[in-house]
Design a protein around this ligand. Structure first.
Ligand SMILES: Cc1cc2nc3c(=O)[nH]c(=O)nc-3n(C[C@H](O)[C@H](O)[C@H](O)COP(=O)(O)O)c2cc1C
Length: 163
């Protein structure tokens, strides 16, 4: 049966969105069904229907972005105990850090008893001024290639039943 990868993302200035899209496109090329959803559109039934997950978020104020937090808040208890062992990977778009958001996702995933399929992928956009931080982001091709590789690896592992 075709496996389904759910890619849940939020982005304020486009970085995490581009990362999620790169991973989703590469995953689809591996033959899995990919659902690429903004965090606001993702719901518990869609989490239950998936076989694996990618969570992509900006880091804001040393945390995952609000809409991603809202997604996890809405879905945490409805799916608790029903998705154990499924693989996931986290992608964080950050200015200069990203580790707090990655840690936060890892703790939530531990609560869900998900299986970490890859190290968190953090891409730093290096914006420093308020103007640069609020400007639309272009993610470097090299970083997008790493996102694509993550998506392809997770999808390939799901396809052969490695997870
Ligand atoms: C309100 C706000 C808070 C931020 N806090 C952090 C932070 O704590 N750590 C960090 O590395 N970057 C921080 N940033 C920078 C963003 O993570 C960075 O601009 C990133 O590219 C945003 O991803 P996006 O393009 O997907 O929205 C912050 C940006 C904003 C707007």
């Amino acid at each position: 049966m075709t496996k389904t990868l759910l890619v849940v993302w939020h982005s304020n200035t486009g970085g995490a969105r581009a990362m999620a899209e790169a991973a989703a496109t590469a995953a689809a090329e591996q033959g899995v069904r990919v659902r690429l959803l903004h965090a606001g559109d993702a719901a518990p039934d869609l989490v239950l229907q998936a076989d694996g997950y990618i969570f992509a978020t900006p880091e804001t104020l040393a945390a995952i972005a609000g809409p991603m937090k809202d997604f996890f808040d809405r879905c945490y208890y409805p799916v608790l105990g029903r998705i154990e062992g499924r693989p996931y990977a986290a992608m964080v778009c950050a200015g200069s850090d990203g580790s707090s958001a990655a840690r936060q996702i890892a703790r939530i995933a531990t609560g869900w008893r998900l299986r970490e399929a890859a190290q968190p992928l953090i891409v730093c956009t290096r914006a420093q001024t308020p103007e640069a931080i609020l400007a639309p982001k272009t993610i470097a091709a090299e970083a997008l290639a790493r996102c694509a590789e993550l998506g392809a690896t997770l999808a390939a592992g799901m396809e052969i039943g490695a997870f």
